[in-house]
Design a protein. Sequence first.
Length: 212
Amino acid sequence: MNLILLGAPGAGKGTQGELISAKLGIPTISTGNMLREAMANGSELGKQVKKYMEEGSLVPDEVIMSIIAQRITEADCKNGFILDGVPRTLAQAEALDAKGIRIDHVVSLEVDDAAITQRMSGRRVCTKCGASYHIVNNPPKSEGICDLCGAEVAIRKDDEPETVLHRLEVYHASTEVLKSYYAGQGKLRLVCGNQPIEDAQQDILKAIGETV
């Protein structure tokens, strides 16, 4: 099964992607994590995208598409994948279709802007593996330490209040149109993201026809 997770920054795509990945046995492909790894490694790609991400702007479509097209050819994607953070624009969605990349369901996590802003002020991300946490809703077992790899967790620059507001503006301007695009294909599934993590996971599984 090939899935897309849509939703504003902080809607819970990363957390739900990890849970659904474990349930279905398919990898979550997070372009955000892939780009942050590139920045941490000091690669040429990382240098290109650093400015975009720190400002909360969208990384150019051609960069994102090249990353995705390469990633889904890897062996762990043989039985499916979950795209988290892409497509973000109509052009990216059309590019996926043009490349013949089949998408079965598109799940949109619905959370209002006020809840997003409050939620992201408490979000923390592992500085090494990119795992997502929240100091209230989903804290690491040891404060400031990633459960998965033991590295430090910290607030990202693009989770700071001013950047969050800009990212929401970008999302509404560029990404919301995707809901209409995929609704027209009969693939859109709306799920409330402003509820406990376990409840949202169950609603996602029901929406895509999986047993809870």
